[in-house]
Design a protein around this ligand. Structure first.
Ligand SMILES: *Cc1c(COP(=O)(O)O)cnc(C)c1O
Length: 390
């Protein structure tokens, strides 16, 4: 079956008493067992029945199984947020004395997780230019825990060569872990590109219009420690498992993902093309534009679409701020891939906690505006941008 069909057909683990057509939301904390042995079997993982909702809930399992069917992953784990998924996957590999090889072009909280939360625990973060394969090769050593990156960086829109990075990581026996939030996992074959585990903020495309917070680890089974540590240790100890209500909304979100993504990515491309001709806009950064430096590699790795996020640069900071204030259709909000289009000034919001020189080192500029494209008609988005530039 094609993915659009798989997204609407996942079998239940057990038949529902009422034949409900959607997986019911199991708002309960405990599950009753037939016998003491059944209870032991559940607690030791010999049967897949849920023992306690901090680690398993049928509604969440149903959501995880649907993602598994869509990705051919060995294991899928759902968390309360994208950050929880990132934290969990890193904790599978790091310990004091180990290092993470990554870049400084990362989501702001991921940078902070590595530098400020994991740093004091004795874990070093090595920020290198992931486009420079020799620099990556030099950074990966016997103490490297993993290579971590985002498939399209935000807001720089940089795309690294995944197969080449995977080769470097695998030569040292360490995994390549990719935050793939920017392109839906249904659009490309992460495993074929050498990614060992994807992490996704399902708050974005999957939640279908910003309905709920969530995160996923999509584990291809190449590093069994991910399954072992997550299933038998971290979910129990950290307490950040996805809630059944979020799983219900995000399961429904998966059913319309393909249809929404087709509209959002094609509107983003059309808008990017039109904005290239607007004199007040100094630069349009979108990897789907043929003159973008990452156009070829983006197509090779992710197929014909380039996501629904783009950035534009105006003359100076004041122009960027005034532009944001004048928008009428596009909303001033920090999120990605809502059904509504959103605009944000990264330097003064997501990256406000960093100093000016730190921001420049991360290629986050005062002139840049990030746009996340929703389901509105492209003409209305274009008109709104033009009136806001006047
Ligand atoms: C939003 C986002 C996150 C964090 O996800 P939350 O669900 O908000 O915790 C991580 N990485 C990327 C690329 C994101 O866009």
């Amino acid at each position: 079956m094609k993915k659009q069909t798989i997204a609407t057909t996942t079998n239940y683990q057990k038949p529902d008493a009422y034949g409900a057509l959607s997986m019911p939301v199991y708002h309960c904390c405990a599950f009753e067992f037939d016998t003491a042995k059944h209870m032991t079997d559940s607690f030791t993982g010999r049967v897949p029945d849920p023992e306690y909702v901090r680690v398993m809930n049928p509604t969440v399992t149903f959501f995880e199984n649907r993602v598994k069917a869509l990705t051919d992953a060995a294991n899928v784990f759902a968390f309360n947020s994208g950050m929880a998924a990132i934290t969990n996957v890193l904790l599978c590999f790091v310990k004091a004395g180990k290092n993470i090889v990554t870049s400084n072009h990362l989501f702001g909280n991921t940078v902070s997780l590595m530098r400020n939360t994991l740093g004091p625990l004795g874990i070093e973060t090595r920020e290198v230019n992931l486009l420079d394969l020799d620099a990556v090769r030099a950074a990966v050593d016997d103490d490297t825990a993993c290579v971590f990156l985002e498939i399209i960086t935000n807001p720089q829109m940089e795309v690294a060569d995944l197969s080449a990075l995977a080769e470097i990581a695998h030569a040292k026996g360490v995994p390549l872990i990719a935050d793939t939030t920017l392109i839906p996992f249904t659009e490309f074959d992460a495993k074929a590109l050498g990614i060992d585990a994807q992490v996704v903020s399902s708050t974005k495309y999957i939640s279908a219009g910003a309905t709920s917070l969530g995160g996923l680890i999509i584990d291809y089974g190449t590093f069994p420690v991910i399954n072992r540590k997550t299933r038998f240790e971290l979910l129990f100890n950290m307490g950040y498992y996805m809630t059944p209500h979020a799983a219900y909304m995000q399961t429904t979100g998966l059913e319309s993902l393909d249809a929404r993504y087709k509209v959002q990515s094609s509107t983003a491309l059309e808008l990017a093309k039109r904005l290239q001709g607007v004199p007040q806009i100094k630069r349009v950064n979108y990897t789907g534009l043929p003159d973008n430096p990452f156009y070829d590699i983006s197509r090779r790795q992710f197929g014909n679409t380039a996501g629904a996020m783009l950035t534009i640069d105006l003359e100076d900071k004041q122009a960027a701020i005034s532009f944001i204030n004048r928008l009428k259709v596009i909303h001033r909000a920090s999120n990605l891939f809502d059904n509504k289009s959103l605009a944000l000034h990264p330097a003064s919001t997501i990256f406000a906690a960093f100093s000016g020189s730190q921001r420049r080192a991360m290629d986050v500029y005062d002139t840049t505006i990030r746009l996340s494209i929703g389901l509105e008609h492209v003409d209305d988005l274009y008109d709104d941008i033009i009136q806001a530039l006047q």
